[in-house]
Design a protein around this ligand. Structure first.
Ligand SMILES: [Zn+2]
Length: 387
């Protein structure tokens, strides 16, 4: 019991100092002491531990106040260490190295055509991770964005509506076994939302919702600064709310879910029905940009359902910001403004009047990176409001 408390205090200190450096950027120990209220020896110990764990880069000397002895400066590691972000998706998977500031270079992303079976998927992802970790900075963790519900207790995928080869698999544990690198797995929606709040357009906002309809229908929320995970880490399956009782079959087993009506895939299905053949989003995009098809009517139908989804999220979560990711806005000029107008009509007025709605790039690999960094920070200790 007596050894327990000092350990907790040390953990709280380490995490607070790391989060302070994350927020301040380049920092000296003296600055950190001032900001977090920690004593100089406490700060020195915390910085030393974080250095030993590979979480900080030391970047020269500086005397930021122009007074006193120049002190060593630190920032979150971008050179000495890295994390790996992985986005598993049903058509393509992407794997990227990233700094501990969440930044990554698009040129370094490895893209893999998603294999049909789990063994091949594991093999291809392992190969990519090995390639990115063979030399260079030390790899501290991997984060995996998974298109499915994950059991928090053992990391098992319980259901992946659009990628059933993942059902029942412990993809994080398996990747960890293959590569020897700690893996943190998160539902893709939660991961993307976390990424927007940690490193993206919604940085540090307390109440936000992300809706991505680029692959399936994903909706997730940050409430009071915390990612809303639910009891089992599965919150945010708003895509499976039925909006058409006799609608198309959905991957979840039901019919007429909003996922079957309001997504980029639903748009492709509508266009395909009109053309009398199956068409993928990519091909549809090419045909639109070549001026070969007019899909205005199909987009309007799809947006009408998306507006119901966005309005439901506004009404449910009372967010200050909603981010929406879809390729539909690229296909038709003015489509995003149309969506906003429809959302305003369908939401409860006082709620929507105070809510901004903007586009998100819906970058899932950033979600993988965010999952890795959250896992790393949680491994330091519990968070504490040091401000
Ligand atoms: Zn469904």
């Amino acid at each position: 019991m007596r050894s327990g408390k000092p350990r907790l205090i040390r953990q709280l200190n380490d995490r607070s100092v790391f989060e302070a450096i994350e927020e301040m950027g380049l920092s000296s120990r003296a600055q950190l002491s001032r900001v977090t209220g920690g004593s100089a020896p406490t700060m020195a110990k915390a910085v030393r531990r974080l250095r030993q764990l590979g979480l900080l880069d030391e970047v020269g000397l500086s005397s930021p106040d122009g007074a006193g002895r120049p002190g060593r400066m630190f920032r979150v590691a971008k050179v000495s260490s890295q994390v790996i972000g992985i986005a598993i998706d049903y058509r393509y998977c992407r794997v990227t190295p990233a700094g501990l500031d969440g930044g990554y270079n698009h040129e370094n992303i490895i893209t893999i055509k998603t294999p049909a079976d789990y063994r091949s998927l594991l093999r291809d992802l392992t190969k990519a991770v090995r390639k990115l970790t063979a030399d260079g900075p030390k790899t501290l963790a991997m984060g995996v964005s998974v298109p499915g519900m994950i059991d928090k207790s053992d990391g098992r995928v319980l259901l992946s509506p659009n990628m059933h080869c993942l059902d029942g698999q412990c993809v994080g544990v398996d990747l960890e076994t293959e590569t020897g690198i700690k893996a943190y797995v998160l539902h893709e929606t939660l991961a993307s939302c976390l990424a927007e709040q940690s490193y993206g357009l919604a940085k540090k906002l307390e109440h936000l919702v992300l809706i991505s309809v680029m692959e399936g229908y994903a909706c997730s929320a940050v409430v009071a600064g915390q990612l809303l995970e639910g009891h089992d880490g599965m919150a945010g399956e708003m895509g499976h709310i039925p909006v058409d009782l006799n609608g198309a079959q959905c991957g979840c087993g039901n019919r007429g879910c909003i996922e079957t009506m309001a997504t980029d895939q639903s748009l492709a299905r509508r266009v395909g029905e009109r053309l009398g053949r199956r068409i993928e989003v990519e091909e549809m995009a090419d045909m639109v940009s070549a001026g070969q098809i007019d899909i205005r009517q199909d987009i309007n139908e799809t947006l009408a359902y998306l507006a119901i989804g966005v309005a439901s999220a506004v009404n449910t979560f009372n967010p200050e910001l909603v981010l929406v990711a879809s390729r539909m806005f690229d296909f038709l000029p003015g489509a995003f403004d149309d969506l906003i107008n429809q959302v305003r009509q369908r939401s409860v007025r006082p709620l929507v009047n105070r809510c901004r709605i903007i586009r998100s790039a819906g970058d899932k690999v950033q979600g993988g990176v965010a999952a890795a960094l959250r896992g790393l920070k949680n491994s330091l200790g519990p968070t504490m409001n040091w401000r």
